[in-house]
Design a protein around this ligand. Structure first.
Ligand code: NDP
Ligand SMILES: O=C1OC[C@@H](O)[C@H](O)[C@H]1O
Length: 391
């Protein structure tokens, strides 16, 4: 029997930075390299808020087809009727205004993490997606890794008993001898104008592990209690943040850690042990980091007598394009949702993105981190400098 042709999704790319480049290279990988045949991706347009030439250079750098359109503004991109879905790849500070621009134009949207700067902004985006009847998803790519799916399945089938505690860390050792960190003060990692700080950029992955192994699997969702401690950087952004996420009814707790000073993996060779420890009544699952792109997990049973199951989960590569990062799995999820008429992903439902955003907002509040009005407002403005690039 002949197989039906794959469902094709036409992508429009908003911004031309580091993650846009990585994501587009993954989109352009042959799906067969990851054993996918039901969906495929096309990149039809790229927009830069700086100028059209930057978009053209991006298209040639990622080796996208020469037919790919280049735009010198985000407004032109969202007006392109050829685009099925817009990928928002700007700094977190811009996500609310940029995703609204696309949603208001009636576009489906995949928006990079952290979804927004405030929970209210996330709620507004989701209300707008609902009102417009379009698909909307936060781009937490790790959730769509076969490794993450397997770990959630193991927990669901009781492989380690009842899970009571999860400790997750995503930290980078960027400590500098002068007391600063190695990012320039203007860099999006530490610049409050760009919603910088460890939590929104990295800590969200620690929280992802806490949420996908505890909250996501709860039959009756329990709103967590949050206790946080934050060390602030001299720019005002958070440099080291530790959060306890408590689910008293489930007798469970997640501990989400992040830092720009000390690394999860100090020598870069996994000598520091797992980035994520999922602890149950009958055993543990350890996930080797980095938390955003894990490649191995271990199952340690209480009665294992030292016999630990170690499972490697390498990321498939497209050898012809010499690439394979693992972001294609979230793109495949978007394609399947669009094909099946779904407006949200069951793996990261809108309600869960909101709860995680609420946890981060509460942690930042407890730590006294404040971001400027321009990037925290939940009032949409198509002419905001965040949309027009007139910075
Ligand atoms: N999923 C993942 O693994 C990763 C996700 N990310 C997320 O992606 C987003 C972007 O990060 P990243 O690609 O590293 O950032 P970059 O600084 O490399 O790129 C951001 C792009 O956004 C556009 N932009 C618009 N306004 C501004 C502004 N005022 N300052 C800087 N850039 C602006 C620019 O594109 P242009 O001029 O063309 O409009 C720029 O190239 C963040 O939200 C981050 O959390 C980042 C890294 C990894
Ligand atoms: O999402 C991310 O993952 C990788 C990190 O290095 C990066 O800062 C972050 O944005």
């Amino acid at each position: 029997m002949a197989s039906s042709s794959p469902f094709t999704v036409k992508w429009g790319i908003m911004a031309t930075g580091w993650i846009a480049e990585t994501f587009v290279k993954d989109l352009l990988c042959n799906p067969a390299c990851r054993d996918v045949s039901d969906v495929r991706h096309e990149v039809v347009a790229v927009a830069s808020s700086s100028n059209k030439q930057r978009a053209e250079e991006f298209i040639s750098k990622v080796k996208a087809p020469s037919s790919t359109k280049a735009y010198g503004s985000y407004a032109e991109l969202v007006a392109d009727s050829d685009i099925d879905i817009v990928y928002v790849a700007t700094p977190h500070s811009h996500h609310f205004q940029n995703a609204m621009l696309a949603l208001e134009a009636g576009k489906n949207v995949l928006c990079e993490k952290a979804l927004t700067v405030t929970a209210s902004q996330s709620r507004k985006l989701i209300e707008t997606a609902k009102a417009k009847g379009v698909f909307f998803m936060e781009a937490v790519w790790t959730r769509y890794f076969p490794l993450s799916i397997k770990v959630r399945e193991l927990i669901k089938e009781g492989a380690i008993g009842t899970v009571y505690r999860v400790v997750a860390d995503l930290s980078l050792g960027n400590d500098a001898p002068d007391g600063k960190v190695t990012f320039a003060d203007s860099h999006r990692m530490v610049n409050p104008d760009l919603a910088g700080g460890a939590l929104l950029d990295l800590g969200i992955y620690s929280l992802t592990w806490v949420f996908q192994t505890l909250y996501h699997l709860q039959e009756e969702k329990e709103t967590p209690n949050v206790v946080a401690a934050i060390n602030k950087y001299h720019t005002g952004a958070d440099e080291t943040t530790s959060i306890i996420v408590q689910f008293p009814k489930h007798k469970s707790m997640g501990i989400a850690l992040t830092s720009l000073r000390v690394a999860t993996d100090v020598d870069g060779h996994k000598s520091s042990g797992p980035a994520i420890k999922i602890q149950g009544s009958e055993g543990e699952i350890h996930v080797m980091g980095p938390a955003y792109r894990p490649l191995q997990y271990k199952v340690i049973k209480k009665d294992s007598a030292g016999q630990v199951e170690v499972v490697d989960c390498p990321i498939p590569r497209d050898e012809e394009r010499d690439f394979g990062q693992g972001m294609f799995w979230e793109a495949d999820e978007c394609a399947r949702c669009l094909r099946d008429g779904k407006k949200e992903s069951a793996t990261l439902p809108w309600s869960e993105s909101i709860v995680i955003m609420e946890v981060m907002e509460e942690a930042l509040k407890q730590g006294g981190v404040q971001y400027p009005e321009l990037i925290t407002t939940d009032v949409y403005d198509a002419q905001s400098p965040l949309n027009t690039g007139k910075r």
